[in-house]
Every structure is written in structure tokens, then in C-alpha cells.
Design a protein around this ligand. Structure first.
Ligand SMILES: [Zn+2]
Length: 346
């Protein structure tokens, strides 16, 4: 079966390794690389763009907003960054600002005026958006959070931490205002413990998709209510998109290895045998073939352009010139080197 991985990252500036794994180990037809500039260094958008230079017909790259330490973010700034990213050759917009640990630092409401113009622009121009909003509910208490969440500093406890309800309210306010936004809410919008919420979202917003990138808790929950989720996958099979969170390394901060993630997804969705992967034991859902086809390739193929956008040299220079003052010296040095390298390969 053809598979595309819609949700991957570059952590170590090693796009070569990301491409090697996705082509050789997993045989993906194409991939989406999601920038993480508000998490993994403000040069990260360009580190992701390297994947596109190395594989122009293969890698779609979504850029993230860059935040300066001293200048406050504004509505004009966000709209401009989005516009410049698209002109430079990014294929979409990745939002991580409503991940609680990121929200805690930035304190920018997603339904406030900083984001409003960018969302209006994105809706009007059918910009593809991958949006991480929330985290699994158990992360909000030390008693219920899994060990890996604590280790990765994802515990949603502490000053300035939003509640899950606050994040949901902000997201849904944005979607109510921009109901035609082409958003893919990552990790099933963390609704695997509340399927009715997922259904409500898909019924309310016609261009909304949910991505199936683990969250191990999602796959655990799918198997705890096999019939319920089987029906959900069949009913909404045209709105669910495969992704893995694969990074540019064979190891993974939660699962230990990339192959464990893929194994968990495939065994849960495609097979109907009992298995144990990582710390999860259950019986797979054994989804019908046509449902699998939608999840693994057809939906993403429909959503994205037939080919990744080419990098526009002039547009990229303008974008870099605009975001460079927001970076520290180290990030500026890295960004300038990345720009030179990218341009030398165009
Ligand atoms: Zn991700």
C-alpha cells in the first residue's frame, strides 16, 4: 500500500537521515516536514527546508512563526511572516504555540489579535495548517502523567500553564471565526479519550482533518474500545491522515525508536491480532482496505499540492532578512550558513 507520512520533524539538522529513513526504511511516497522554530531553535525552519533542497519532489515543508526575545509578536508581524514563508517556498504553516509547554513561555492566546490576521489570511488563501493544540489530559497532573512526559518537560503543571479546556476554547473560537480553514489538528486533537469531541469537530468544520500521529495514548484508547473506534474510522475515513512524528534520527524521545512508532500504528490499524509494542498490548482494529487507503495516502494526496512548492531564492532571502533580527547570534550564524547552503544547491 502507498503511504505518505504527513508529520515529520528535523531535530538535528540532518535532513539526509530523515529522507533516508522515510525512503529506504519505510518506503513513503512523500513526506511533510513540520518546522519547530519555537521549540528547536529559531533556525529550524531552514533546517527543514534543507529536506526540500535535497528532495524537491518529495518533501513538503511547513514553517513556524519565529518569536524575538525582545520585540512582542503582533498581528501584522504574524501575517507578514506567513506571507513571506509562502513566498519563499514553504508549503504550509505549522502551529505549535498551543502545545501547553510552548504556550506557557509565549503566553499568546491563539484566538487573540496576534494570530487573527494570519488566520484570516490562511483561510482566504487556503493555506494548509498543521496544528498541535493541547496534550493528553493525564499530562496535567503529576499523579497521572507518564514518565516520558515528565522526562521531556511536558508536564502541564506550573505557573502560566493553560488548562486543556482553555486551549480547546481558543482553537474552537478560531475555527468558528474561520470555519473553512484547512487545518489538520495533530494527534487526533488529543480526543482519543472523548470520541464525541472528535466527531463534533469533524461535523462542525468542513475542511478540518485530524492527524493520526501518535500519542501512544491514542492507540491504547483505540484498542480499549475497538468497535467504537472501528466505526469512527470507517465513518470519517476521508478526514483522517497518517503521520508518525518521525525525526532525523533512528531513536525517538518517547518510543525509543522510530520503528516502534510505525509498528504500533500499523498493528493497531491494519491487523486484528493481539500484540505488544512498546508498553502497549491490545488487539488491532483490522480496518478495511479502502479505509486504510484513505488514511495512508488518499486524504493527504487530496490535501496537498501535487508537488512540493519550489524554493524561491529571492523570496527566501526576503524571509530570512525579516526573521534574522529576531534570533540570537548563534541562531543567526546557523541561519546564514543554512541560507548559503540552500542557495548553492538551487
Ligand atoms: Zn510533531
Amino acid at each position: 500500500m502507498i503511504r505518505l507520512d504527513s508529520h515529520t520533524h528535523v531535530f538535528y539538522n540532518n535532513a539526509e537521515e530523515l529522507l533516508r529513513q522515510s525512503k529506504e526504511e519505510y518506503g513513503y511516497e512523500k513526506i511533510g516536514v513540520m518546522g519547530l522554530s519555537c521549540y528547536h531553535g529559531r533556525q529550524n525552519n531552514l533546517e527543514c527546508l534543507r529536506a526540500k533542497v535535497l528532495a524537491p519532489d518529495y518533501a513538503y515543508v511547513y514553517g513556524t512563526m519565529v518569536y524575538g526575545d525582545n520585540a512582542p509578536a503582533t498581528g501584522d508581524d504574524h501575517e507578514k511572516q506567513l506571507r513571506l514563508m509562502l513566498e519563499a517556498g514553504f508549503d504550509g504553516w505549522k502551529i505549535l504555540e498551543s502545545k501547553p509547554s510552548v504556550y506557557q513561555k509565549l503566553q499568546i492566546p491563539l484566538d487573540g489579535e496576534v494570530f487573527e490576521k494570519a488566520f484570516a489570511f490562511a483561510e482566504e488563501n487556503a493555506v494548509r495548517v498543521t496544528w498541535h493544540a493541547g496534550d493528553p489530559a493525564p499530562f496535567w497532573s503529576e499523579e497521572t502523567a507518564p514518565e516520558f512526559a515528565v522526562r521531556n518537560h511536558w508536564l502541564c503543571v506550573g505557573e502560566g500553564m493553560p488548562t486543556l479546556r482553555q486551549i480547546y476554547t481558543q482553537v474552537e473560537n478560531v475555527l468558528d471565526r474561520h470555519p473553512h480553514l484547512y487545518a489538520s489538528l495533530a494527534h487526533l486533537y488529543f480526543t482519543s479519550d472523548d470520541r464525541a469531541h472528535a466527531e463534533r469537530m469533524l461535523e462542525s468544520y468542513p475542511n478540518l482533518n485530524l492527524d493520526l500521529t501518535p500519542g501512544n495514548e491514542m492507540y491504547d484508547n483505540f484498542m480499549k474500545d475497538r468497535q467504537g473506534w472501528y466505526n469512527f474510522f470507517c465513518k470519517y475515513s476521508s478526514r483522517l491522515i497518517y503521520g508518525t512524528d518521525m525525526v532525523d534520527s533512528v531513536s525517538d524521545p518517547v518510543f525509543g525508536s522510530q520503528s516502534a512508532i510505525v509498528d504500533l500504528v500499523m498493528k493497531t490499524l491494519c491487523e486484528d491480532k493481539t500484540f505488544t509494542v512498546w508498553q502497549i498490548t491490545g488487539q488491532g482494529l483490522g480496518l478495511p482496505n479502502d479505509v486504510q487507503e484513505n488514511l495512508f495516502h488518499k486524504n493527504y494526496e487530496k490535501l496537498i499540492a501535487q508537488n512540493p512548492k519550489p524554493i524561491n531564492k529571492c523570496g527566501l532571502e526576503t524571509y530570512v532578512e525579516y526573521v534574522l533580527p529576531k534570533m540570537n547570534q548563534e541562531e543567526q550564524r546557523k541561519t546564514e550558513a543554512l541560507l548559503l547552503e540552500i542557495e548553492s544547491k538551487l
